[in-house]
Ligand binder design. Structure first.
Ligand code: SF4
Length: 215
């Protein structure tokens, strides 16, 4: 299943919406072009309507962006139960004005990814850290996430804090690293690539991701 995430904006906002990061929007269209027998989510009560209430095939769902923004995270929870078995092909988010919708569009993209309905870009997995961890995992994940924003390939990148439980998750990702004291063990698709000094880990992870993407 590969659901398209579409963004509908007023005509004057088209160019701004086309520059959305993270491959968030597969397509941008004008609001005026939204027509048809779509399932519309306009009000809170629509979020708890079963899709079976609507004329089939209900291939496209159109949702008011303002509703999602206002109700986060409740809207995401409701959408998750609505979409979990949805066989449709397009989720369209309607944005009525020129506004920064990046945050909640990313939440919707993450939801679709979690439901295995759509995969775009890098999913960063990092361990929650504990007493075994001697690396600033959070800062590394933030920096790396920013540097990976332009990657649209669906890849998992794991950053793990110790050599005890970290290698399993790092090995299972497309690119992963498990840190020990001052050093990280770098994996690519289950194979050990090399050991890297902690200071070089960020560049080494980025290099492996680019290699997988042929960049
Ligand atoms: S991977 Fe290691 S450092 Fe991270 S939470 Fe698990 S045990 Fe702790």
């Amino acid at each position: 299943m590969d659901v398209k995430l579409k963004v509908a904006v007023p005509q004057q906002d088209l160019s701004a919406a086309e520059n959305l990061p993270f491959g968030l929007a597969d397509e941008v269209c004008e609001i005026e072009n939204l027509e048809g027998e779509d399932f519309w989510i306009r009000e809170e009560s629509d979020l708890v309507r079963p899709l079976s209430d609507f004329p089939l095939p209900c291939d496209r769902i159109v949702i008011e962006g303002e509703l999602v923004r206002k109700l986060l995270p409740q809207a995401l929870l409701a959408m998750a139960s609505m979409l979990v078995d949805w066989p449709g092909s397009e989720l369209c988010v309607r944005l009525p004005g020129n506004e920064d919708a990046t945050g909640f569009l990313r939440s919707i993209a993450d939801l679709l990814r979690a439901l295995e309905l759509r995969a775009r870009g890098v999913r960063l997995i990092s361990c929650p850290t504990c007493a075994r961890c001697h690396t600033d995992i959070l800062s590394l994940a933030r920096r790396l996430g920013a540097r990976l924003e332009t990657i649209t390939e669906p890849l998992d990148v794991a950053i793990m804090g110790c050599e005890v439980n970290g290698p399993g998750e790092a090995r299972a990702a497309d690119v992963g690293i498990a840190f020990g004291r001052g050093v990280g063990l770098l994996f690519r698709r289950g194979e050990i690539v090399k050991r890297v000094p902690q200071a070089d880990a960020e560049d080494a992870l980025l290099e492996e991701v680019k290699r997988l993407c042929d960049l």
